[in-house]
Design a protein around this ligand. Structure first.
Ligand SMILES: [Fe+2]
Length: 454
């Protein structure tokens, strides 16, 4: 008996010390000392600059970038330039981190560069990026809806599939709610960046903040979480006070405008935002302008009001003939136009958290219980939009073609697959009885309307 008690105590002591050791190892792991969460963004022109951001653990408070024009030869030591990063620190729920960023400027257009970041013996691997050509030439980019929850286990597969199928994408556009709790690293940013892995080091990101980037922990604050600006270096060409949140990036012949629809702003600032939006739409002389903001133009989740959320923005998008708007927030798929030929509004979801849909009259293509990503193929006179499932199958597709006088024409692809309209998991318990009971009838009515249109 005594012997077994002794054995049990020894076993418990061993387990306990191993757990302590694990925690200790985790908090001080060599992996954490290395620069990580390395990602590319643009703060200034994609032709001449490249912003890079990363973080390190508390022992590495200074960090540097080494870069050079890329060569196939690994013997490029002599041409390396070195610059010190701008560093901020933040103590989050998982300890003290240093966040580093640098904007490389005066780069050559259409040129590949190699870079690594770090300090002392702790350096990242060498990675490459290529500056934009500044020319009108066909290219593509990726667009993702909310990743947000269960990022490691299920959200990550959408990012991997999209990048594996499109390694030559020029950038990845995220329409907000990249994570669930904007102020937390664990289960949030600590899962989001590894989900894209080294793709973030090679393909620049453009992202608009979602309401969850404003939701630091549980309560929505409206103030954007500091981790947004620590993680990303976006342009500061937006309205005062919304730098890096509401902004635009000009990539070759296109402009991408991000509007932070969760920003904590006064009604006066809101008017300034609309004036700014009109200005950046009006002045643009390239071929295509895209607008992204997080909240879909109208509520679509079955338990949300279906009203138009931003009538002032809608009017401007129509006035300036914006072809395509990228949004999220609804955790389902919808695509359609709202009482005008353009824009086409896209609502998508990359992650596994899904909502049931209400079949609003403006929807031309719908989806639920499905993880998706989108390829946007751009040429001077045509846009091709392809929404694919996480398995790589085409789910939705259309083209927008522009003629010589700039008139746009929309054409839906033929032979699209049957829509996934399965209501979300736990539908019966998460939604009101009426929303559940009317689902099948609403779906039938929607399918009839779509069939008649065709
Ligand atoms: Fe969301």
């Amino acid at each position: 008996m005594k012997k077994s008690i002794f054995l049990l105590i020894s076993l418990l002591a061993t387990v306990f010390s191993c757990k302590e050791l694990q925690t200790e190892v985790y908090n001080n792991s060599l992996l954490e000392q290395f620069p990580h969460h390395i990602k590319l963004t643009w703060k200034t022109s994609p032709e001449n600059s490249q912003a890079i951001s990363w973080r390190t653990r508390s022992y590495v408070s200074e960090s540097y970038i080494e870069f050079t024009e890329a060569t196939a030869s690994p013997f490029f030591e002599k041409s390396i330039q070195n610059m010190k990063a701008k560093t901020d620190s933040l103590t989050s729920e998982d300890g003290l981190w240093y966040y580093h960023t640098i904007n490389l400027e005066n780069l050559k257009p259409n040129t590949m560069y190699s870079y690594r970041v770090g300090n002392m013996d702790l350096w990242s691997e060498w990675s490459e990026f290529k500056t934009a050509t500044g020319q009108n030439e066909p290219f593509k980019f990726l667009y993702f809806g909310d990743v947000q929850r269960y990022i490691h286990s299920l959200g990550s597969r959408t990012l991997r599939q999209a990048v594996l199928a499109n390694p030559d994408s020029k950038f990845m556009l995220f329409a907000g709610d990249l994570i669930h709790r904007g102020g937390l690293n664990k289960e949030n940013w600590n899962e989001f960046f590894p989900a894209g892995g080294w793709a973030f080091q090679n393909i620049p990101t453009i992202a608009t903040p979602g309401n969850h980037e404003h939701k630091w922990v549980a309560k929505e604050t409206k103030e954007i979480a500091p981790l947004w600006h620590l993680n990303f270096s976006f342009p500061e060409n937006g309205p005062i006070g919304q730098e890096g949140q509401t902004y635009f990036v000009d990539y070759n012949n296109i402009r991408v405008i991000s509007i932070d629809t969760s920003a904590k702003i006064t009604s006066e600032q809101r008017e300034e935002t609309y004036a700014w939006l009109e200005k950046v739409l009006k002045e643009f002389e390239g071929d295509w302008v895209f607008v992204t903001f997080h909240h879909a133009m109208a509520g679509l989740a079955r338990n949300r009001p279906p009203n138009i959320r931003f009538p002032e923005i809608k009017a401007l998008l129509e006035k300036y003939n914006v072809p395509l708007v990228f949004t999220g927030h609804e955790h389902l798929y919808a695509r359609g136009r709202m009482g005008a030929d353009f824009p086409v509004y896209a609502v998508s979801v990359a992650g596994p958290y899904q909502n049931a849909i209400q079949f609003s009259d403006w929807i031309e293509r719908a989806g639920s219980s499905i993880q998706l990503y989108q390829e946007i193929h751009v040429s001077q006179s045509q846009l091709k939009y392809v929404s694919k499932t996480v398995l790589g199958d085409v789910y939705d597709s259309f083209t927008i073609t522009k003629n010589d006088i700039g008139k746009m024409e929309f054409m839906e692809a033929e032979n699209l697959p049957v829509e996934s309209l399965i209501p979300t998991k736990d539908f019966e318990t998460r939604y009101d009885k009426e929303e559940v009971e009317t689902y099948e009838a609403d779906k039938t009515k929607y399918l009839k309307r779509i069939k008649n249109k065709l």
